[in-house]
Design a binder for this molecule. Structure first.
Ligand code: ZN
Ligand code: ZN
Length: 107
Protein backbone atom coordinates (compact mmCIF):
# COMPACT_ATOMS: atom_id res chain seq x y z
CA UNK A 1 0.00 0.00 0.00
CA UNK A 2 2.64 2.51 1.03
CA UNK A 3 4.91 2.31 -1.99
CA UNK A 4 1.99 2.75 -4.34
CA UNK A 5 1.41 6.28 -3.13
CA UNK A 6 4.20 8.52 -4.29
CA UNK A 7 4.02 11.11 -1.54
CA UNK A 8 6.27 13.07 0.75
CA UNK A 9 5.99 12.86 4.52
CA UNK A 10 4.18 16.23 4.50
CA UNK A 11 1.03 14.83 3.04
CA UNK A 12 1.00 11.57 4.89
CA UNK A 13 -0.68 10.51 8.09
CA UNK A 14 0.60 8.15 10.72
CA UNK A 15 -1.20 4.98 11.65
CA UNK A 16 -0.52 2.42 14.35
CA UNK A 17 -1.40 -1.11 13.38
CA UNK A 18 -3.17 -3.54 15.67
CA UNK A 19 0.22 -5.05 16.44
CA UNK A 20 1.76 -1.69 17.38
CA UNK A 21 3.70 -0.85 14.23
CA UNK A 22 3.94 2.86 13.46
CA UNK A 23 3.45 3.52 9.75
CA UNK A 24 3.31 6.45 7.42
CA UNK A 25 0.18 6.03 5.37
CA UNK A 26 -1.69 7.93 2.69
CA UNK A 27 -4.18 10.56 3.74
CA UNK A 28 -7.80 9.71 3.02
CA UNK A 29 -8.72 10.32 -0.58
CA UNK A 30 -11.92 10.07 -2.57
CA UNK A 31 -10.85 6.58 -3.58
CA UNK A 32 -10.90 5.42 0.06
CA UNK A 33 -14.63 6.11 0.21
CA UNK A 34 -15.54 5.36 -3.36
CA UNK A 35 -14.17 1.86 -2.76
CA UNK A 36 -13.02 0.47 0.56
CA UNK A 37 -9.75 1.15 2.33
CA UNK A 38 -8.13 -0.98 5.02
CA UNK A 39 -7.30 2.21 6.96
CA UNK A 40 -10.05 4.72 6.25
CA UNK A 41 -13.06 2.74 5.18
CA UNK A 42 -12.88 -0.98 5.97
CA UNK A 43 -15.58 -3.11 4.41
CA UNK A 44 -17.80 -5.28 6.58
CA UNK A 45 -15.65 -8.40 6.25
CA UNK A 46 -15.28 -11.25 8.74
CA UNK A 47 -11.83 -10.09 9.88
CA UNK A 48 -12.58 -6.39 10.35
CA UNK A 49 -12.19 -6.65 14.12
CA UNK A 50 -8.91 -8.56 13.95
CA UNK A 51 -5.77 -6.46 14.56
CA UNK A 52 -4.04 -5.17 11.46
CA UNK A 53 -0.41 -6.07 10.82
CA UNK A 54 1.72 -4.49 8.10
CA UNK A 55 3.91 -6.93 6.19
CA UNK A 56 6.70 -4.67 5.00
CA UNK A 57 8.34 -7.64 3.28
CA UNK A 58 5.25 -8.22 1.16
CA UNK A 59 3.82 -4.70 1.02
CA UNK A 60 0.58 -6.11 2.32
CA UNK A 61 -1.75 -5.43 5.22
CA UNK A 62 -2.72 -8.55 7.10
CA UNK A 63 -5.26 -9.27 9.81
CA UNK A 64 -4.09 -11.46 12.66
CA UNK A 65 -6.76 -13.95 13.67
CA UNK A 66 -7.21 -15.13 17.29
CA UNK A 67 -4.97 -18.11 16.47
CA UNK A 68 -2.05 -15.90 15.51
CA UNK A 69 -2.32 -16.50 11.77
CA UNK A 70 -1.88 -13.54 9.41
CA UNK A 71 -4.45 -13.31 6.62
CA UNK A 72 -4.31 -10.70 3.83
CA UNK A 73 -6.82 -7.93 4.45
CA UNK A 74 -9.57 -8.18 1.81
CA UNK A 75 -9.71 -4.40 1.37
CA UNK A 76 -5.97 -4.28 0.70
CA UNK A 77 -6.35 -7.15 -1.77
CA UNK A 78 -9.18 -5.30 -3.50
CA UNK A 79 -6.89 -2.27 -3.72
CA UNK A 80 -4.18 -4.42 -5.34
CA UNK A 81 -6.76 -5.83 -7.72
CA UNK A 82 -7.67 -2.31 -8.84
CA UNK A 83 -4.03 -1.28 -9.22
CA UNK A 84 -2.38 -4.42 -10.53
CA UNK A 85 -5.08 -6.78 -11.77
CA UNK A 86 -6.39 -10.14 -10.77
CA UNK A 87 -3.29 -12.30 -11.25
CA UNK A 88 -1.15 -10.14 -8.99
CA UNK A 89 -3.98 -9.99 -6.47
CA UNK A 90 -4.32 -13.79 -6.39
CA UNK A 91 -0.59 -14.07 -5.85
CA UNK A 92 -0.77 -11.60 -2.97
CA UNK A 93 -3.63 -13.57 -1.45
CA UNK A 94 -1.51 -16.72 -1.03
CA UNK A 95 -0.89 -17.43 2.65
CA UNK A 96 -0.80 -20.18 5.24
CA UNK A 97 -4.42 -20.17 6.28
CA UNK A 98 -6.37 -21.70 9.16
CA UNK A 99 -9.71 -20.85 7.60
CA UNK A 100 -10.51 -17.64 9.49
CA UNK A 101 -10.59 -15.45 6.36
CA UNK A 102 -13.44 -17.20 4.59
CA UNK A 103 -14.45 -13.89 2.99
CA UNK A 104 -11.39 -13.93 0.75
CA UNK A 105 -13.31 -16.30 -1.49
CA UNK A 106 -15.46 -13.34 -2.39
CA UNK A 107 -12.76 -10.79 -3.17
ZN1 ZN B 1 -6.55 -16.98 5.65
ZN1 ZN C 1 -7.60 -18.42 12.79
Amino acid sequence: MIEEFNMTLDNMDTYTTGTGQKLYIHKATKECFEFNCVIHNPSNHVMKDFPTHWRADRGLMERICPHGVGHPDPDDLAFKYRKHGKIKMKYEAVHGCDGCCVSLENV
